[in-house]
Design a protein around this ligand. Sequence first.
Ligand code: GTR
Length: 423
Amino acid sequence: MVFMKIIIVLFFMAAFFFHQIAYAQEFVPNYNETLVPEYNLPKLLQFSNGEPILSIDDWNKHRSALKLNFAQQMYGVVPKHSIEMQVIEIVEHQNALNGLALQKQICLQLKQNDHSIMLNVLMLLPKTNKKVPVFLGYNFYGNHTTSNDSSIFITNNWVMNNPDLGINSNKAGSVSRGKLAYRWPFDEVIQRGYGMVTLYYGDVDPDFDDGFKNGIHALFGNERDSASWGSIAAWAMGLSAVMDYLADDANVDANKVAVFGHSRLGKAALWAGALDQRFAMVISNSSGCGGAAISRRQYGETLARINTRFPHWFASNFKKYNNNENALPFDQHQLLALIAPRPLYVASAVDDRWADPKGEFLSAVAASEVYRLHGLNGLPVNEMPKVHCPSMGAIAYHIREGKHDILWYDWQQYLNFADMHFR
Ligand code: GTR
């Protein structure tokens, strides 16, 4: 009997495994614009009963329902009870970056009953008595990868293997120190009067499918249903936890915190910005499918593909829409609209077709309607701008040369956008 059960379980495990492999091998992304299916975007200025949204008040009423819908059907609903946060330690270095910056490393503990996690937050700030605006965003492989500064702590948490960075066995070490510094132009950001705040996303929730047993999910118990939160919602919650800290930091202007993220971390930044209105600006760098890009276009990465490859990112309800995008009760232009009227930047790269640059752009164009309702101009253009021709209103968009990455060109635009809205 026991033997039979083992055989049956093994059979199902093998079937699941081969299905995943087969799917991964079968998937051929569409990069042909003429093969993008016809679709109708759900209307932005319409209540779910079909009544028109005519005022900001109407929008705010609808906004809560829309947010809930995104949570239940896509990113997942976060459990209600709150967790405790404590600042365990702040290590300061007055002369970081050759004397240019104040560096702080803050250890935040999030706790619930007997479970706790530690977030290690790295801050680089201009040396001034004034409170400064900051950019807050996750890094992919640990704080120490953002700079060669040997005082930056190395995370003990699980990290994704990456032979190029010398990361094997899911363990970070000093070999990867500074390896991604090109993504973090600390000197220039500080010289422009901004601070930079970053933490490793795996400190909040390690990025693998562990059945939601580790990371921040573990602080909330094991009860789950089809609408329960995935990892993107967990990372969004981590950003809000850091915001809780920043609200009290003496060096930070808490009314000018721009939350940003690249790729999967751009998806997390958008969802954090939609949920937490303390983020005064939101920047999505190549966030693609499940981020800024319109799902209904099915260009590049699709819902079926993202849900198969990363089953832990979203609520399991989201899988209902695999190859069934038209059944979605919303699309990603509505996620962007949840950020209105706060300034929003959407950026793409030419060679990053997987993230569907055009789909990201169209989403920003569509979301502009809600910015206009607020008396703002949204994105100033309706036609896709040429490469390296950023367009900036309350919504901004650019497409740059090159691949899926966050580069100095992107940062230059984000700094200009911040100057436009924060100065
Ligand atoms: C890809 C994934 C994208 C994007 C990217 C990244 O494999 O398909 O949705 O998130 O990873 O985060 O770099």
